[in-house]
Design a protein around this ligand. Sequence first.
Ligand code: TYD
Length: 220
Amino acid sequence: MRNGRFITFEGGEGAGKSTQIRRLATRLRTHAREVVATREPGGTPLAERLRSIILAGGARDFGDFGEALLFSAARIDHIDRIIRPALARGAFVLCDRFADSTRAYQGARGGAEENMLAILEAVTLGGVRPDLTFILDLAPEIGLERARARRGQGGADRFEGEDLAFHALLRDKFLGIARAEPERCRVVDAAKPEDEVAEAIWSACLEQWPLLATEGRQWA
Ligand code: TYD
């Protein structure tokens, strides 16, 4: 039985996903019985361990498809332990990155064939698909600069360290996903001020679930 709502946030580096997830979670909590905010790769102890290995570059030599397999293994654990049970309880689940990140990041260079990634995605998700996906769109030059400022002295992780051409390809990939699935995806201009981005996201949620507009109503 699945009656919750699943919202994912996607985009390149430094697009402000985590800030926007925090803001939407706070707002939704006044309307919904339960809101679960989580992230990928991660969300469970096993998936967080895989996250450390992948982001430290420990799986780079596997190539794009090998990395996609590891992200997918982490995703299966996350879906089984966190996402599917939360949706079954009727929660709103907000996830920082999900399967579109594998399509975009591991698919950007064409090293992993698109149809293989699609098969892997179908097997991994087992029917758990987002109801709504926000693609926070930003020029990679700005996003990478924001990410650099955020991490201060620390070194770039596995994907931040890729060149600008890779990040430009990524942006195209995400926009391509949005064009291919307009029912599910909303592209949000992440260069706008934080408040405006939050309003655009909230409006899209209200459009998708008009019942949310009823002040004080507890989402069933
Ligand atoms: P994170 O620090 O969460 O980055 P961000 O703040 O930009 O979301 O690190 C996640 C990194 O892993 C990010 O560079 C995107 C990458 N990634 C993939 O390449 N494939 C995937 O399937 C997922 C979920 C993430």
